[in-house]
Write a protein that binds this ligand. Structure first.
Ligand SMILES: *[C@@H]1O[C@H](CO)[C@@H](O)[C@H](O)[C@H]1NC(C)=O
Ligand SMILES: *[C@@H]1O[C@H](CO)[C@@H](O)[C@H](O)[C@H]1NC(C)=O
Ligand SMILES: *[C@@H]1O[C@H](CO)[C@@H](O)[C@H](O)[C@H]1NC(C)=O
Length: 241
């Protein structure tokens, strides 16, 4: 006999509403620079150029586009686990490169003795955790799609497993923990990167916004999970069998 059982089914809006919202927040913030210029780890501003460094590359832009013809932003290629350097200008005004060249934008073509490492490949690789949280959260949502009765008769193990919701809850708890770990790791990555930008004369560093999606995301997921685990202990009447 299969006796897997939670007191409450996660197949209720009070679970999947907040949980799916959390998963969607994680999903959209995954598409950071240079894929989508709304999400980034750090931003640096120089005299009249800006750089936004994201999880998968960087984009530079002109701050003052007055009288400029042609493109006003330039992006690196898409990378996973890349180094980002700023080439130092010791003779003139410090600016970010405004040419469509991957190595120039990431500063990897600058002479080794004349560049400052802002964020290293170890740090940018940690954004795969963000992807792992999205996948686990997505699987938790997908695991709710089939009703128990669509998986077999009431005597079958699959029916009992799906009715218990245990798979969904385990995936959901994993996604929630991963999202919170993402927040911690992203703060640990972003703050030194901002400080290194600030340390370069002529550049001001600002924190980006990716990490401010991971924290609310994990809170939304937690709210959904607690709505299942803390609901009254009266045996839930399953209406969706
Ligand atoms: C860049 O800044 C300098 C000094 O602040 C200014 O003289 C110049 O016009 C600016 N260039 C553009 C393209 O805005
Ligand atoms: C923008 O460019 C214009 C014209 O070059 C200049 O007058 C203005 O001061 C610039 N503004 C900033 C914020 O650099
Ligand atoms: C440094 O800045 C000056 C202008 O301020 C520019 O002409 C020169 O090319 C820059 N050097 C580097 C290495 O970017």
């Amino acid at each position: 006999m299969v006796s897997l059982r939670l007191n409450n089914s996660p197949r209720v809006p009070s679970f999947w509403g907040p949980f799916a919202l959390g998963a969607v927040l994680m999903l959209i913030s995954t598409f950071s620079e240079p894929i989508w210029q709304n999400f980034y780890i750090v931003r640096g501003t120089a005299a009249n150029t800006t750089v936004k460094v994201g999880a998968w590359g960087a984009c530079t832009a002109l701050r003052n586009t007055t009288g400029v013809n042609g493109p006003t932003s330039w992006c690196s290629d898409k990378h996973s686990g890349f180094d980002y350097y700023v080439e130092l200008n010791t003779t003139g005004v410090q600016q970010f490169p405004t040419i469509a060249d991957d190595a120039a934008i990431l500063g990897t073509d600058a002479p080794a003795n004349n560049r400052a490492l802002v964020i290293g490949s170890g740090a940018t690789s940690t954004y795969w955790l963000h992807v792992a949280a999205v996948i686990t959260g997505g699987l938790a949502c997908l695991s709710l799609i089939m009703k128990p009765s669509q998986l077999g008769s009431e005597q079958s193990r699959l029916f009992a497993l799906q009715k218990s919701g245990i798979l969904t809850i385990l995936l959901a708890i994993t996604a929630c923990i991963l999202s919170f770990v993402c927040f911690i790791v992203e703060i640990i990555v972003a703050i030194p990167a901002r400080n290194k930008l600030n340390a370069i004369p002529g550049i001001t560093g600002h924190l980006g916004n990716i990490q401010w999606f991971s924290l609310p995301s994990s809170v939304c997921m937690l709210v959904g999970i607690l709505s299942v685990l803390l609901r009254s202990t009266v045996q839930h009447e399953y209406v969706d069998l």
